[in-house]
Design a protein around this ligand. Structure first.
Ligand code: AMP
Ligand code: ZN
Length: 138
């Protein structure tokens, strides 16, 4: 299904032009208009899913392999030495466009970290309690 009001549905289906990197029957991969690094790409399913929790087959089982394929091509074509696969779910996680997408962000040796955090601390008891809270909802 597509959402008539969704810009990524329009881009994924070729209604709005984009800097296209790849297309198949399920996905279109385009360059991000506000790149975190040179070559920053977005993998867009052609159907509308709000986030990873809604993502259906066959998209779900294909998207990670496609991320690897695009990242590999970036290493060969752009000379990056690594890449981040980033996928935000929900406003609090930084999602701004509510059509599932996976970022493929090329990393070069002189880049500052993009995906990083300061490690916190938790006691073994806290970890067990937190794990139990998640487990009870699976
Ligand atoms: P997120 O914060 O994970 O929702 O990422 C949304 C990304 O989409 C941002 O990196 C934007 O720069 C990018 N973006 C938004 N609109 C467009 C567009 N029309 N074409 C290309 N990239 C876009
Ligand atoms: Zn959409």
């Amino acid at each position: 299904m597509r959402d008539q009001n969704c810009i990524f549905c329009k881009i994924a289906n070729g209604e709005i032009p984009s800097a296209e990197v790849y297309e198949d029957e399920l996905f279109r991969v385009i360059l991000d208009m506000g790149p975190a690094s040179r070559g920053h790409a977005l993998i867009l399913p052609k159907e509308h899913f709000k986030d990873v929790c809604e993502l259906e087959e066959p998209y779900a089982s294909r998207v990670l392999a496609l991320g690897g394929k695009i990242g590999d091509a970036m290493k060969k074509g752009l000379g990056c030495t690594g890449f981040n696969l980033v996928q935000n779910n929900g406003k609090s996680a930084g999602q701004t466009v509510f059509h599932f997408h996976m970022h493929v962000i090329p990393r070069y040796d002189d880049n500052a970290p993009i995906v990083s955090w300061t490690p916190g601390s938790a006691s073994p008891e806290e970890l067990q309690e937190t794990a139990a809270q998640i487990k009870s909802c699976l």
